[in-house]
Write a protein that binds this ligand. Sequence first.
Ligand code: 4AD
Ligand code: MG
Length: 466
Amino acid sequence: MGKLQRIKIVEILASDAFLSEQINVRGWVRTRRGNKHISFIALNDGSTIKNLQIVVDIATFGDDFLKPITTGACVSITGLLVASQGQGQTVELQALEIEIYGTADAETYPLQKKGHSLEFLREIAHLRPRTNTFSAVLRIRHAMAFAIHQYFNEKGFFYLHTPIITGSDAEGAGAMFQVTTLDLNDMPKTPEGKVNYDNDFFGKPTNLTVSGQLEGELGALALGNIYTFGPTFRAENSNTPRHLAEFWMIEPEAAFYDIHDNMDLAEDFLKSLIRYALDHCADDLDFLNSMWDNELIDRLKFVAENDFVRLSYTEGIDILVHSGEKFEFPVSWGVDLQSEHERYLVEKHFKKPVILTDYPKEIKAFYMKQNEDGKTVRAMDVLFPRIGEIIGGSQREENYDRLLDRINELNIPMKDLWWYLETRKFGTAPHAGFGLGFERLLLFVTGMGNIRDVIPFPRTPKNAEF
Ligand code: 4AD
Ligand code: MG
């Protein structure tokens, strides 16, 4: 028997094209069980949540040969694909040839048994993609990334690569990770005793970006419509189920959009991603729905099919103040909303996603367009069930003088932002955009409860092992 081309399990199960054919499959053993005469291997190759059942005649291969084929072992099996007589699968492979690539000692393989907690699996992030749950999440993560590029491509938005190392602080809020090649044990100092960055790699202080927006705006004011999709870093010490120190953000930016166009885009974008998941990730969603969250699919359909509620921050505060609800953080006009407030509006009051607009300028970034009232800015946050804020965005201040006033009011060092201001000096235009946290989207789409479980290698305070 010559070497046959390897076929992926997802393809084998997709049609009956391979029925009665000899094929080769390769993957990792999920379980092996059976009796004295026959052994059944459930093989998973990562292409789908579904396993292929392999039927092994023990007399043909011998007990000793089969013994090391335990949970976690990696094998290549050639056999004849036949209709299954047993329950639980339509086809099975009758093994003709087995090659063992790698064994997984049953005594020490951490995934030998099923049913580990998500907390435990986080400690073995190098192996957890081998579990059903994580492989499902990672396939959905891939599908969502693809859907995002497809969505913007079809809408005529260009993918703009913004820098990861920057000299500016786009949000002015969270702490940043500094990037330097200076020797931390022997920092060159100025006569005043401050760090002298002249001999640092870039000749100035730099950090990992907190957002690609400012550079994204430069792109939008030339190409019309752009989006970024890249890693983003925030050194805030927030140990919550919704914060990562390294996360991925999608930031569309569009010239000639006002806040309403921006909201329409955000709502259509989110709904279309959710529909994509429902249409293309059905097996994985079914698994997650049955395993972790039996309202997941209903919730996805509900959000895809219903209009989001739109109201102002001021109206939202009014509802919260009169809710009669005891919040951990008290609410009044001017406070930054906590996740408990956002979730009250979404889950209890409206029972729908909410877009809140026109926040107090004090709690929002310097670049947001100022409203006539002198108090609020044209911000828009999209709030989702179970997540709270999933998108943050705004119409941008396109007026040079007003933007400069705000920069001065906030004491933002001009030397970092002269290039940004020049876009308002030369051919400025109304424009707007937003940022979607990719892992927040994935929390919603997969129904997972902790953001550490929707990214392969989470970066959180005191955690960068894998
Ligand atoms: O609201 P944020 O801070 O907005 C910006 O960065 C703007 N520059 C976006 C723009 O207008 N282009 O962040 C946007 C989104 C949040 O709504 C949230 O989904 C996500 O990014 N996000 C985080 N996700 C995971 N971990 C964190 N620490 C996050 N911080 C923000
Ligand atoms: Mg925000």
